[in-house]
Ligand binder design. Structure first.
Ligand code: C5P
Length: 235
């Protein structure tokens, strides 16, 4: 198969069917825009399994995504999308970059879920941008910006309900959207412990990539434990 794109955590291949792509989850783990990098055998499998279960759960919740089906331990079949170059971050609790930018303490609950847009550009360091920047860069119109926020908040509600069943707090997460062949804004990319902050409600133990970013434990053990909880919650 023809490789179309290789990112830090996934490879995207063309398939024989138009509008369908093959996604392969890699064992690479990166942090700090690639400054920290390791290969952990089994990480691609875990994120593929987790992301597939979450996309299926969201589908049952009435939220469509690019996900069609899981093909193997590390591969998914997805609908091809024209990716919107934004990282859409939803925060319920302050952690990570917002605590460096604004006077929030890590762990401080936010009054209501906050949606932020970051411009996807490694060379620029994925800067935080405003709605006005999104329009100035011709990335999305007012109506599309509103749709991105509404969809992101609905995904947040669905994920909070799921994490509640695992006694986990959904601190924040990053999602990406694309436009399908009908021009409909649709959830794409992945949702996994690489792209979320997930804290045990009681102990505050992390089940996400912060374990690796902060070197506080074994990433594979944390992801495996999360996957086990997730299977218990969705099956
Ligand atoms: O770094 P920051 O606090 O802005 O991250 C917010 C959320 O978005 C975290 O859950 C983080 O894992 C996720 N994120 C991501 N990919 C990035 C940046 C952030 O998945 N490039």
């Amino acid at each position: 198969m023809e490789l179309l794109y290789e990112g830090k955590a996934k490879r995207i291949y063309k398939t024989d069917t138009p509008n369908e792509l093959h996604v392969q989850y890699k064992d690479d783990v990166t942090a700090g825009n690639g400054e920290k990098h390791d290969i952990m055998e089994g990480k691609g499998r875990l994120n593929n399994e987790i992301s597939s279960l979450i996309f299926e759960y969201l589908h049952d919740f009435g939220i469509e995504s690019h996900f069609i089906k899981k093909l193997s331990d590390t591969e998914q079949l997805v609908r091809s999308m024209k990716i919107i170059p934004l990282e859409v971050v939803v925060r319920n609790v302050a952690a990570g970059s917002i605590t460096k930018r604004l006077p929030f303490e890590s762990g401080q609950p936010l009054n209501k879920p906050l949606v932020e847009f970051f411009y996807k550009d490694d060379a620029l360091g994925d800067p935080l941008i405003t709605d006005a920047h999104v329009k100035a860069l011709n990335i999305a119109s007012d109506v599309e910006i509103a749709a991105l926020k509404t969809k992101a908040l609905k995904i947040n509600e669905a994920l909070i309900e799921l994490m509640d069943k695992m006694n986990l707090q959904l601190v924040d997460f990053k999602i990406e959207f694309g436009k399908d062949d009908q021009g409909i804004i649709t959830l794409a990319d992945e949702i996994s412990p690489d792209t979320c902050r997930l804290w045990d409600k009681d102990t505050k133990e992390n089940f996400d990539k912060d374990v690796y970013r902060k070197s506080t434990g074994n990433l594979l053990d944390a992801y495996e434990a999360f996957y086990k909880k997730l299977k218990g919650a969705v099956l």
